[in-house]
Design a protein around this ligand. Structure first.
Ligand SMILES: C[S@@+](CC[C@H](N)C(=O)[O-])C[C@H]1O[C@@H](n2cnc3c(N)ncnc32)[C@H](O)[C@@H]1O
Length: 235
């Protein structure tokens, strides 16, 4: 190669998940057969019926939608069951997603007017700083190793506008006890690193150091346990 003055360069790395998200075709077909929307079908089959709407209702109570939300970003939307409700509530002029599952990403692009950003599984590198009014991630961070979660935390604090909201759920110590651990061990359920524990106080302090104030939190089921959904506002 040297003689020809050529150099081998590794192409840009793409995030490869070692365990795929729920199967695309089976899920779309299952929803059709059950006469349910894809979101309601996933709630019923993989979580608790109504859990997505409960999350949106709790976000509303914490003031997430109190001011105009014009630019939305979601990490790991999957089927878009949360995004769908946010779009209906806020009618933003701009929406983008970072999604690692190709089939679900393509489906989202077909269903909604949104941009699928190149996704490396740890950054929001195509998003300018302070450009987003709502950045959210649901049931994504409980599957990530802590360093990936901290990278995403840093990125969320960077891309959100002053006054904008950050919403995500994590498995805090308040979601965990011996009985819950036994359930996880006994059922062997899980996806990626579910249920990766993350300290609540460390998370609150981490965002405080980045000018993002803790607004509040609530619990949401993530079978066979639960997660704590946290809301922050950038000052
Ligand atoms: C458990 S699913 C949750 C999907 C959706 N938020 C929901 O609750 O229905 C996790 C989603 O995040 C995506 N994902 C997994 N690891 C990711 C990463 N490191 N960065 C971005 N997306 C990721 C998966 O492809 C999947 O769509």
């Amino acid at each position: 190669m040297g003689l020809l003055n050529l150099k081998l360069i590794r192409s840009k790395q793409r995030f490869v998940d070692y365990r795929d998200y729920i199967p695309f075709e089976e899920t779309i077909e299952g929803a059709k057969q059950s006469n349910l929307s894809v979101g309601d079908y996933i709630d019923a089959k993989h979580n608790k019926p109504g859990a997505t709407q409960d999350t949106i209702d709790e976000m509303t109570k914490l003031g997430v939608f109190a001011e105009k939300i014009d630019r939305v970003c979601e990490i790991g939307p999957g089927s878009g069951r949360y995004l769908d409700k946010v779009l209906q509530l806020c009618h933003p002029s701009y929406c983008e997603v970072y999604e690692t599952a190709e089939d679900w990403k393509n489906w989202l692009v077909q269903q909604y007017d949104l941009i699928a950003q190149p996704t490396d599984g740890k950054s929001l590198s195509s998003t300018p700083s302070e450009s987003i009014d709502l950045i959210q991630a649901h049931k994504v961070l409980p599957g990530q190793p802590s360093l990936i979660t901290f990278r995403y935390f840093t990125e969320m604090a960077r891309v959100v506008n002053k006054g904008g909201k950050i919403v995500f759920d994590i498995v805090t110590e308040e979601c965990f006890d011996d009985a819950t651990l036994e359930n996880w061990l006994a059922t062997g359920r899980g996806y990626q690193h579910y249920p990766a524990l993350m300290s609540k106080q460390f998370t609150i302090d981490f965002f405080a150091r980045r000018n993002c104030a803790f607004v509040g939190s609530f619990f949401i089921p993530m079978k066979p346990g639960k997660t704590e959904c946290m809301v922050f506002a950038k000052k």
